[in-house]
Design a protein around this ligand. Sequence first.
Ligand code: 3HC
Length: 314
Amino acid sequence: MEKNLEEIFQAKIDREEKIEPKDWMPDAYRKTLVRQISQHAHSEIIGMLPEGNWITRAPTLRRKVALMAKVQDEAGHGLYLYSAAETLGVDRVELFEQLNSGKAKYSSIFNYPTLSWADIGSVGWLVDGAAIMNQVPLCRCSYGPYARAMVRVCKEESFHQRQGFEILLNLSKGSQAQKDMLQESVNRWWWPAMMMFGPADGDSPNTQQSMKWKIKRFTNDDLRQKFVDVAYEQAKVLNVTLPDPDIKWNEERGHYDYGVINWDEFWNVVKGNGPCNKERLAARNKAWDEGQWVREAALAHAEKRANRKSKKVA
Ligand code: 3HC
């Protein structure tokens, strides 16, 4: 019976039909979606921390307003994604407990510090640039709620990437000190951004199945390659050198070859030993504890409204 259900399920996916919350789905499909969507949601709200770090120090009111809008957008992306995860039967509080306890993964990139204003530009250009590469295909993910959440996220991500690129373009036309700040920032953010796409395809335990289920439309290395090909051309406009001496055009492949990624660093950060992992979790736990009264007030208000409604009906 189950075998037949799986065949019907896969045929639906092969016909490019969306899987909706009430549809039958293999437990493993549900499980890997909860895994990926919750990690994605966690990444969005943790991503607010390195960006938010510069709101009070933005060089102009215009930059401050753009950065505030971006950080608020990330919170909204987290909201959509936790809601998408909840359609699979998980409880948001449980997801937060997994994050706050350090059990849950989130994108390695957010465990690096934002040390200069140029970093806010690099985060926009490289991190949101990489996020767009990886998130646009997710708009065609086989799971309906996830694909639909991604449509709005991607629209806002393109604003994030453009505001970051503009910050760097301004610096690239500034004083020597600003040009040096730009280059120093890109030197720090390039390789962690390359790691965002996940391990090489041969080391990814999830990619093959996720491709078959059309959760993923491209592999990690496919998307990483797209990112390198685009970023290399954009770096020329910024007059900045990418910190990879092995990047060079490969006519035969029709792509830029690039150097070897330091996977020891990647897995070390994923395991919790990155520059800011502890700081990020401490900030999340502090926010969770300080937000307890808001959750209680919201629940009390909802209960009061429900009681009032049931009295009216009675
Ligand atoms: N950071 C932390 N862990 C990572 C990772 C990364 N950059 N890349 C991979 N991993 C983990 C995976 O979660 C997996 O661990 P698990 O099995 O315990 O969950 C393991 O490493 C093996 O990786 P796989 O490639 O097999 O895992 P996936 O098939 O899930 O692919 C992914 C990883 C490409 C990140 C995929 O999960 C994905 O596309 N996620 C949705 C998009 C996303 O999360 N983007 C990044 C953050 S959001 C962002 O940057 C928005 C910005 O605006 C703030």
